[in-house]
Every structure is written in structure tokens, then in C-alpha cells.
Design a binder for this molecule. Structure first.
Ligand code: ATP
Length: 284
């Protein structure tokens, strides 16, 4: 596999095309990537806003690990260009962010069976990441992309992702990094601890977003208020369209004690079983 060894990509191998979008960390453009053997691939290129040497060093440490990840529900990282700006060359995923699709009232609303299927796919991608000891730290529907036919969802945004050191079960994030409060469990908000179990909490919030058709979790509350509410045992309310059994799984994902949260491997099967029991739901 030629791509297996190419994690550093030369700038001259990329022909940058139109802009696809932008986020807080990067401007994203479509590009054509010509590999050494002449093969051409349509890709997305993320041009990082912060191309400082600190970012370059961090990415250099992670790129070999990230590059090994291969799963249909994860945006594949083809490689990095260490230029100014630093560019991440990733799999193109044309259908836009899942969050935008959920909110789009000009298209027919997604059916509950489709929402379940997306949730299963996200759980599968996360289960794979867990077996590779990767924690994502920023799982949310804004970071999940749809393929153009809307059949597949792929988890993206490797910006915050980290491999766990061999012996540790959690990772402490450095103080400068921003934390997506409404998607984080108490141990992340208090002690900046991130683990597979904190990803499971974020997964619960992500499924909540999916069944709320893109509502904002804890809308109107600031970080400290969210922390206070969740430690008082308050949870996000059951979205109208969400089957009761699925909401119960979400509540388990939001157990205050990390060890009590389900694992992704179990979640993907448990959610899949619900596929057969849901009716249709078009109501938003
Ligand atoms: P953040 O969401 O944390 O601000 P970011 O700055 O890294 O992250 P993204 O959200 O990943 O930026 O990307 C911005 C937009 O670019 C997305 O909403 C999407 O429309 C588009 N985009 C990102 N990655 C891809 C991709 N692989 N294929 C197609 N479009 C993409």
C-alpha cells in the first residue's frame, strides 16, 4: 500500500482548489493530490491557522499514529505538509457537517431509523479508536461529516486527538487548550482529564444532538453553570424523537463516575438493536 508510508506530503503534490469551509483551527479546501506513482486523488486539505513550531512539533509526534488509523467511519489522514501554513491532507467527505444537515429545514428531515444508523456508525468509529487507544476529545456533530449520498458518516477533526501513553488510562490536557464544555464530563471540566470514558460522555451528547435535530446542548449556560448542573445530577432532556431505550443509554453515558459509563464496543451493538423498534419521526 503506497499510501501506508506517505505521511509527509510535498507541497508540490497538491493542487489546491475551492474552499470547502472553515473552522476555528483551519480553512479547508478541496485539492487534487498527485502521489509519486502518478495516482491522483481528490482530497480535503486543512490549512492550519496556527502553524507555530509548537503545533508542528505536536503534530509530528502524532502523525505516524494517526496515519495508521483506517476505518470507514473515520476521516482518513493521508498525511501532513510541513510548510507555512501547515496542511493536513485528509479524506474528502462531501456531504458537509452532520450538524448542518440535521438543522437544514430545506431538505426532508432525517428519519429516526437514519438517526439510529448514524449513531451506530459513530459508535463503530469510536470503538475502533478505543481499540487503537486513541481518545478524540472533541466528538460532536459539528465534527462528523456526511458522504455526498448521506449514507455514511465519518468522524473528523483530529486536531485534539491524542494516543494514550501505554500505561495511562487518561490524558491531562494542557491548560491553554479550549475545552468544549457542553460535551465534557465533570472530570474533564474540573481536572482536564480525558479518557475513553470522557469520549463516551461526549458520544451521549452527540446522540442527543442527533435526535434533537441539531439543538445546542445546555444552550444559554456558561462552563461553570454546566458543571454545577451536571454535578447536581441534572441531565439534558429527552429529545421528542428519541426512543426511551436510547435515552436510557444516553443517561448511562452521562454517569458521573467514568467507570460506570458503557464502552463503545457495547454501545454500537445496543444501539443497533434499537433499529428494529423505532417508528418514523419527522417531527422536529
Ligand atoms: P473546528 O470545528 O473545531 O473549528 P476546524 O477549524 O479544524 O475545526 P473543521 O470544522 O474541521 O475546521 O472544518 C470546517 C468545515 O470545512 C467543515 O464544517 C466542513 O464544511 C469542511 N470540511 C472539513 N473537513 C472536510 C473534509 N474532510 N471533506 C469535506 N469538507 C470538509
Amino acid at each position: 500500500d503506497a499510501a501506508g508510508s506517505t505521511c509527509l506530503i510535498g507541497k508540490e503534490q497538491l493542487k489546491l482548489m475551492e474552499r470547502l469551509g472553515e473552522g476555528s483551527f483551519a480553512v479547508v479546501k478541496r485539492a487534487i493530490w498527485t502521489q509519486d506513482d502518478g495516482r491522483k486523488t481528490d482530497v480535503a486539505v486543512k490549512l492550519l491557522r496556527d502553524s507555530s513550531s509548537t503545533v508542528a512539533e505536536e503534530l509530528q509526534l502524532e502523525v505516524n499514529n494517526m496515519h495508521k488509523l483506517r476505518h470507514p467511519n473515520l476521516i482518513r489522514l493521508h498525511g501532513l505538509v510541513f510548510a507555512n501554513p501547515i496542511m493536513m491532507v485528509v479524506e474528502l467527505c462531501d456531504g458537509g457537517a452532520l450538524l448542518d444537515r440535521l438543522r437544514d429545514t430545506n431538505k426532508p428531515a432525517l428519519l429516526a431509523s437514519q438517526l439510529i444508523d448514524y449513531s451506530v456508525q459513530i459508535a463503530k468509529g469510536m470503538a475502533y479508536l478505543e481499540t487503537k487507544r486513541f481518545i478524540h476529545r472533541d466528538l460532536a456533530t459539528r465534527n462528523v461529516l456526511l458522504t455526498s449520498n448521506e449514507r455514511l458518516v465519518k468522524i473528523g477533526d483530529f486536531g485534539l486527538m491524542r494516543a494514550l501513553p501505554d500505561k495511562d488510562e487518561h490524558y491531562v490536557m494542557s491548560a491553554q487548550k479550549k475545552v468544549p464544555f457542553a460535551w465534557c464530563p465533570p472530570e474533564s471540566l474540573r481536572r482536564r482529564q480525558f479518557s475513553h470514558a470522557s469520549d463516551v460522555w461526549s458520544f451521549g451528547v452527540t446522540v442527543w444532538e442527533i435526535f434533537s435535530y441539531g439543538e445546542e446542548p445546555w444552550c444559554g449556560y456558561r462552563g461553570p453553570e454546566i458543571l454545577q448542573r451536571i454535578t447536581n445530577g441534572e441531565t439534558l432532556a429527552k429529545p421528542t424523537c428519541c426512543p426511551k431505550e436510547l435515552y436510557e443509554l444516553m443517561l448511562q453515558c452521562w454517569s458521573i463516575t467514568p467507570e460506570q459509563r458503557p464502552r463503545f464496543l457495547a454501545l454500537k451493538d445496543l444501539i443497533k438493536e434499537l433499529q428494529f423498534s423505532v417508528g418514523e419521526c419527522r417531527e422536529v
